[in-house]
Write a protein that binds this ligand. Structure first.
Ligand code: ZN
Length: 264
């Protein structure tokens, strides 16, 4: 795991290259970063806080990343060959003079100043589903410690496991035949481990593939790429029941499920 001083040096180097420059292109394979418009904003500051690296953009947008075991940022000139594999890429921030590439970064989120201030526990991140190894026991322990909470909300809680967003959450629960609203305490250890295994398998497969867009069904047809996510009211691919949709939990996160395949 990179120590705080390594992160500090990385932040200083990124700051020297990027501060004051306009983002010409932003790319990320991390679903939670995909929906924010970053191009056109100015990079104001790059800084570290402990082992966290923060990039401040104009317009009160802050990118928080945590490196954990294998995460790293590289700087390249346009056209320069990357020194790591493209499949390790998680985030690309392009400016006219420099391209910053975040490799193997397991934890990343956008914040405004207010939500950033609430992130007091930035370091309390759960095991990384995209890591080279994954600590199933620790993830299970973190889920059991919050047993009264609904399983779908726990899967997207980065303090429980790092990496799952709303799409994977719904797909994983469908494949595991678990109802999103089930309290974790109602599930067996085997059920929870199976959900984590499915999540890791899907996420690793999507990071490794070369084509655009996330696929959980392993179908080559883009219109068949998901089982339930984004398919409210459409027939379940396994049983034909209309897929249900709800906003779940205190953050009103979108959840899709099949009421027949995933009974409560
Ligand atoms: Zn079904």
């Amino acid at each position: 795991m990179p120590e705080g001083d390594t992160i500090y040096r990385a932040a200083r180097t990124l700051h020297a290259a990027l501060a004051g420059r306009e983002v010409t292109r932003f790319e990320s394979v991390l679903p939670q970063l995909a929906r924010v418009d970053v191009a056109g904003r100015t990079i104001e500051r790059v800084r570290s806080e402990g082992k966290n690296l923060l990039i401040d953009f104009s317009g009160d947008l802050h990118l928080h990343t945590h490196m954990r075991m294998h995460g790293t940022w590289h700087l390249y000139r346009p056209g320069e060959r990357w020194r790591k594999r493209r499949s390790d890429m998680r985030i690309v921030i392009e400016t006219e003079a420099w391209i910053a590439v975040g490799f193997n970064i397991p934890v990343a989120a956008f914040h405004d100043a207010r939500s950033l201030a609430r992130q007091e526990d930035l370091l309390q991140i759960g095991p990384d589903l995209l890591g080279e190894s994954f600590d199933f026991d620790e993830a299970l322990r973190r889920i059991r410690a919050r047993g009264e909470r609904e399983i779908a909300d726990l899967l997207v809680n980065q303090r429980v496991v790092a990496g799952i967003g709303n799409e994977y959450k719904s797909e994983v629960l469908f494949l595991g035949r678990v109802n999103p609203f089930a309290p974790a305490a109602n599930l067996t250890d085997d059920q929870i481990r199976e959900l984590l295994r499915i999540a890791r398998k899907l996420m690793l497969a999507n990071v490794r593939k070369r084509t655009q867009g996330r696929v959980t069904t392993f179908s080559l047809d883009p219109s068949q790429s998901k089982y339930v996510y984004g398919r409210g009211g459409q027939p379940c691919r396994k049983c034909g029941t209309a897929i249900s949709f709800a906003k779940q939990g205190p953050e009103a996160r979108p959840t899709y499920w099949c009421p027949t395949c995933q009974p409560l």
